[in-house]
Design a binder for this molecule. Structure first.
Ligand SMILES: Nc1ncnc2c1ncn2[C@@H]1O[C@H](COP(=O)(O)OP(=O)(O)OP(=O)(O)O)[C@@H](O)[C@H]1O
Length: 248
């Protein structure tokens, strides 16, 4: 079973400006949750908080069982350097590093796992291709193959389906459903509400602060979405960290 993630009076930000503001919420162990909200709502920032890339200005994030070493994180495509000279095979094999270390040669068993992961994402035959030559969808399949090998109990995905074709999105959604059936905790930042409604049982609607969280149908309502838009439009980008809720 994957861990639960608890946010308590959490404020995260950059240069003393808050991006996520006094968030209180719980993501249950083994839940499949979509994080949604307007542009600039703090969704990616929240994932960076969970990976400890950002240290909270206030409050805390608690992951049960101290599972930090078992987190897999897929950043937005824009944050991935595709010019790095590495083949599909080597990038996917990096998913084994936690288990076998970065510098050990792959054994037969390891090579079989890499081949199976490539097969699972439909990339058999692409092993020797440099990642710079892949389409957006093929690159995303490669990164999902690496995630498969990471065997993480908490999987964080930042906009995994942006700018990829529907067939690839459907295949990768199947993999996510499989992770959910294995009771891993999966949290994905998503923009496509159809994907969220169809494939994600739970949702968290953010707009710098929490608007709603719970079963997806109860979160993605007209009034909640209108409130999220209003909050984001009203937010002062230059606001400093406030102490509201500090005593809570
Ligand atoms: N590295 C950074 N330095 C300074 N400000 C940042 C940085 N990253 C994000 N921000 C700001 O924090 C706020 C929240 O950004 P974040 O990327 O978390 O939003 P988001 O909900 O993921 O948006 P989108 O849907 O557009 O990707 C925005 O105002 C953004 O400009």
């Amino acid at each position: 079973m994957g861990p639960s993630v608890t946010f308590e009076n959490l404020t995260l930000g950059y240069d003393r400006h808050p991006a996520v503001h006094h968030l209180n919420a719980v993501i249950e162990a083994g839940a499949l949750t979509a994080i949604v909200g307007p542009n600039g709502a703090g969704k990616s920032t929240l994932l960076k908080g969970i990976t400890r890339t950002l240290v909270p200005y206030e409050g805390r994030i608690t992951i049960t069982e101290n599972e930090l070493h078992r987190i897999a994180y897929l950043p937005q495509q824009a944050d991935i350097d595709r010019s790095f000279p590495i083949t599909v095979w080597d990038l996917v094999a990096m998913g084994l590093w936690r288990r076998i270390g970065a510098f050990r040669l792959l054994r037969g068993d390891d090579r079989r796992r890499v081949a199976e992961a490539l097969d699972a994402v439909g990339l058999t035959g692409f092993e020797r291709r440099p990642i710079g030559s892949l389409s957006g969808g093929q690159m995303q399949r490669t990164l999902f193959a690496r995630l498969l090998l990471q065997d993480a109990s908490l999987i964080l995905l930042d906009e995994p389906f942006t700018a990829i074709d529907e067939k690839t999105a459907a295949d990768l959604l199947d993999l996510i459903a499989h992770w959910h059936s294995e009771e891993r905790t999966v949290i994905a930042v998503l923009h496509d509400f159809d994907h969220v409604r169809t494939h994600f049982p739970r949702a968290m609607l953010l707009s710098r602060e929490l608007v709603a969280t719970g079963p997806t149908a109860e979160v993605l309502t007209g009034p909640n979405l209108a409130k999220a838009r209003q909050l984001c439009e009203a937010f002062d980008e230059s606001a400093s960290i406030c102490t509201r809720g500090a005593a809570a």
